[in-house]
Design a protein around this ligand. Sequence first.
Ligand SMILES: Nc1ncnc2c1ncn2[C@@H]1O[C@H](COP(=O)(O)OP(=O)(O)OP(=O)(O)O)[C@@H](O)[C@H]1O
Length: 264
Amino acid sequence: MAEANGGTPDNIISVRDLVVGFGDRNVIDGFDLDVRRGEILGVVGPSGAGKSVTLRAVIGLLPKKAGIVEVLGVDLDQATAKERLAVERRWGVLFQQGALFSSQTVLQNIQMPLREHTSLSPKLLDEIARLKIDLVGLKPEAADRFPSELSGGMIKRAALARALALDPDIVFLDEPTAGLDPIGAADFDKLIMTLRDALGLTVYMVTHDLDSLTTACDRIAALKGGKTLAVGPMSEMVKNDDPWMQQYFRGERARAAGIGATAA
Ligand SMILES: Nc1ncnc2c1ncn2[C@@H]1O[C@H](COP(=O)(O)OP(=O)(O)OP(=O)(O)O)[C@@H](O)[C@H]1O
């Protein structure tokens, strides 16, 4: 039986020849990616290129037409239901807009994955959820609030707390700083970096945010035309001569984010 603690020492996620589509149209067509243990990887690409589709296919929320996805050394298509569940317990996901359940408090939202995957006592569920609330920098009183009573930044933090409920090895973040003001976004980036350092997390982050890419990400994967266009640190991205890459990493917004300096 495959054990969900493997992968090569370096690669915690490995994707090969991924094909994902809807009807006759393939959005992703031959996508390859290795995510290294402990890194913060930013996934970028033109709007509609399939960044969210790829993330959803990697975590099994969308079916693949072809390809292999290995997480923690387990090929998720070959795994038994029990093995799959063991891997799923070791990742957390923060969806776009947070995707909190509106009829539940922050505390209840965070407890949901714990209820689903464990049989902890109500007292322990409460203690763990309150610890996560503290971990993401929310005040204790946020526990009893409903999502509609939270600011955008608080929603992201609450959703991150839920993603961290099961002490995952990997967190998938889909545009975590979208909709936050620059200070809120910078604080969120700092939080992600702190958590990576403190908890040894691996972070797979879909983002458009050039500041996040510069400050938080160790490497960047660019997706275009359904394939991996480039993977590497920012210093390599800025040198890529693809027109979209040039425009994205060397355009006005990139210069405003201080990226031009890296291009020299
Ligand atoms: N459930 C679906 N059914 C049909 N088409 C879909 C579905 N989900 C996504 N698509 C299409 O797949 C393509 C890629 O979508 P996706 O959301 O992954 O793009 P993205 O790169 O994340 O874009 P953005 O940066 O704008 O968020 C789009 O053309 C989208 O319309």
